[in-house]
Ligand binder design. Structure first.
Ligand code: NOJ
Ligand code: CA
Length: 553
């Protein structure tokens, strides 16, 4: 008898739980107040016990740190403040031994102004091959004293900086969509294309399982560099981003990823338009993209349902990704504790003006965590989310590090508040982030009240966010219904979301997620056993701002 065909294995990333690890703020192994790879290696058992499948590392490469490592001066090494390439190799091997895969961040839109190519371009002068790898242009106006066009930087101020030529005269200008220390590469240059293809191969060959592509929609520019109307920065809605030619780059990157078994590419793309976003996960392109409409969405059942439906409809076979927070946005317990629970990183000062109700925000963040982890696809957890850390909005001005703060002259507080070093143990800062004999304090100050949220204080506390994340991830891993696969909405009262997850081909039933975003308690179905809930039930009812996972009989 012929044997039944063996179904192809499901790629690991389709339903993975991925932990975003911001190295500077995770754990400091050598006591200089900055997180490092030794700190990560020491805490791999923590991550394994949390139940994640992979780690995405924010950039760990040599960098002058003008934008916390997103200004890279060498794409094939590790910044000495974090460790060495040998440390990275050891970390990759140790993570794999724990069953944890590794995703690294590659930043193709721009490098550092200390990258050897940029230094060579400065030295070689106007018209040189070295300058053609970037966007150098003469200025406008008398003596070229005005920028080549009116584009604004995403970090504030003009997107152009003028250089001084080797002879000391005021010279050309170069384009930087972000800080001046981050000159944009010119992707029309074959050198740039070949260089990044080689960088991809370099990390895949070292055993890395995936690449997160920074600013993935911004790489290609209209070479005529036309003025835009208005003063909009070249962010998601800018007409000179998301150009057709960027897709050719990702087609060649996909071929490289596919030439190594099981590797994945995920794009960071802030496009509000689902159809434009969908192109990036079209045939032969990226495996997945980040789902920022979900992150930005208010804590509102109708709005969330619309985003979920739009996300699932979008993906032409690519699995959805679900993200509640990352290193660029306000922490979720703070967002959900404001009168306006949506978020938009271009309007951070508006959101910071609201008072924050932390208990309410925490309650909603717990409910959102269970909602998110029950949705079909992969889920990203930003470090500290599992501890219920809040956005630190009162960092003293003189300690702020994010270039957004300085470039907007303090109008935008920037992203430091979601990057404060993790509290691990103890009753006061540095809360075990650094070793006891540390030479320096953590690079950003930690709130004293985080003493109740340390990993030690949270472990074994049945009511902690950490216990909820551990329980949810354990159930998610051991339930074939969760992760990748179909979902079916169930009828609900207004303000309530309910859907079933069943293994492929088994119809409805299985596991049900019910999230109550209404103001009134709701009844749960009779034929259900509660597997997990984000807060206690009250008289058998699911209270407001609470989510439950149910096993349906
Ligand atoms: C997107 C990254 O997420 C952000 O942190 C960074 O500042 C910009 N890209 C510029 O690289
Ligand atoms: Ca350190």
């Amino acid at each position: 008898m012929p044997s039944a065909p063996v179904p192809p294995p499901v790629p690991w990333w389709k339903g993975a739980a991925i932990y975003q690890l911001y190295v500077r703020s995770f754990a400091d192994g050598n006591g200089d107040g900055i997180g490092d790879l030794a700190g990560v290696r020491a805490h791999l058992p923590y991550l394994a016990a949390l139940g994640i499948d992979a780690i995405w590392f924010n950039p760990w490469y040599p960098s002058p740190m003008a934008d916390a490592g997103y200004d890279i001066s060498d794409y094939r090494s590790i910044d000495p403040v974090f460790g060495t390439l040998a440390d990275a190799d050891a970390l990759i091997a140790e993570a794999h031994a724990h069953g944890i895969r590794i995703i690294v961040d590659v930043v193709p839109n721009h490098g550092s102004d200390q990258h050897p190519w940029f230094l060579a371009a400065l030295a070689a002068g106007p018209g040189s091959a070295e300058r053609s790898r970037f966007w150098f242009r003469p200025g406008r106006g008398v003596n070229g004293s005005l920028p080549p066009n009116n584009w604004q930087s995403i970090f504030g101020g003009p997107a152009w900086t003028r250089v001084t030529e080797a002879d000391g005269s005021p010279g050309e200008w170069y384009l930087h969509l972000f800080a001046p220390e981050q000159p944009d590469f010119n992707w029309a240059s074959p050198d740039v294309r070949l260089e990044f293809e080689d960088v991809l191969r370099f990390w895949f060959a070292r055993g890395v399982d995936g690449i997160r592509i920074d600013s993935a929609a911004l790489l290609c520019k209209d070479a005529s560099l036309p003025d835009v109307t208005g003063t909009e920065p070249p962010g998601p809605a800018h007409p000179y981003t998301d150009r057709d030619d960027v897709h050719l780059i990702y087609q060649s990157w996909r071929a490289i990823a596919d030439s190594f078994a099981g590797r994945m590419l995920i794009g960071e793309i802030w496009l509000p338009d689902a159809a434009r976003l969908a192109r990036y996960v079209g045939p032969g392109e990226l495996h997945t993209v980040f789902n920022f409409p979900y992150l930005n969405c208010a804590w509102d059942a109708g709005a969330l349902r619309a985003v979920i439906d739009q996300t699932l409809a979008l993906s032409s076979g690519a699995p959805a990704t679900w993200v509640l927070s990352n290193h660029d946005v306000d922490r979720v317990v703070s967002r959900y504790g404001r009168a306006d629970t949506s978020f938009d990183l271009e309007r951070r000062p508006y959101f910071h003006a609201f008072p924050v109700d932390l208990p309410l925000g925490t309650r909603r963040a717990r409910a959102a965590a269970l909602l998110t982890m029950a949705l079909p696809g992969s889920v990203y957890i930003y470090q500290g989310e599992e501890l219920g850390l809040w956005e630190v909005q009162d960092i003293p001005d003189e300690l702020r590090q994010d270039p957004i703060w300085a470039r907007t002259h303090g109008a935008d507080p920037g992203r430091d508040g979601c990057r404060v070093p993790l509290p691990w143990s103890g009753m006061e800062p540095p809360f075990g982030f650094s070793p006891p004999d540390a030479a320096a304090a953590p690079w950003l100050p930690q709130p004293k009240d985080w003493r109740d949220l340390t990993v030690s204080a949270s472990s074994g506390n049945p009511d902690s966010m950490l216990t909820l994340y551990r329980d949810a991830l354990r159930i998610r891993r051991s339930s074939p219904e969760l992760g990748d696969g179909p979902m079916t909405w169930q009828p609900t009262p207004d303000g309530v979301l309910a859907f079933d997850r069943a293994p492929l081909g088994q119809g409805t039933g299985g596991l049900r997620c019910v999230a109550n975003l209404s103001a009134a308690p709701v009844a749960l179905p009779a034929n259900a056993v509660v597997l997990l809930s984000s807060g206690p039930l009250s008289g058998g009812l699911l209270p407001p701002d609470t989510t439950a996972w149910l096993r349906m009989s």
